[in-house]
Design a protein around this ligand. Sequence first.
Ligand SMILES: [Zn+2]
Length: 234
Amino acid sequence: MPSEPIQKLLILQEKDRVRIDLEALLHSIPREIAANREKIAREEERAREAKEAVTQLEKRRNALEGDIEAWNAKIIRYRNQQLEVKKNEEYQALEHEIEAARSAISGLEDEEIQVLVDIDTGQAELESAEQTFRKSIAVLEERIAKLQTREKECREELAAAAREVESARAEAPSEFLEVYDRLLRHVPFPVAVPLREKKCQGCHLKVSAGVESDARQGKEIATCDSCGRLLYCE
Ligand SMILES: [Zn+2]
């Protein structure tokens, strides 16, 4: 069984462990929230793009209809001109123009059919995208709300943990505390570790005979020759 000072230090270390874990969690939560917000922004962008694609197709259809109308108006004009011309060559030239206009209209109508098909496909895609969008946004929003609640709880838990650390520190022997605090700044947690089979359980290296004897007696502060952690015997 470890000596009394070590026992008190181990109590402090356990309190510090809770505090450190909570601090890490509090550090990670805002990043998680930000990542979820980014996902929402990406989903919104995708939905906007799907909508924009349909809008562009509708614009194209309107433009095509305008063009077809213009060609039809030309055909009427040519027909009227044909009534007025005297020479056969002039009549034939207009007939030629009318044929060209009809061929142009036919090409535009073919394109319009394709655009109408694309609009149908685009609209179906948009509807499905919007459904997925609403679902995933709901999931993401819920996740964010949970994280925010957890963050609030964490802050309260951390305040309580800090108070526990303070009372454990008041109990811990000051000479051990000094070494412990220094280690806390320089060595990865935990800083007080057991000695098993002459090996430090922090860095897993063998310690010297003197250190082993100190750790066994538990009166002097024993620290690992390699990593510097506080050592104790169970
Ligand atoms: Zn060590």
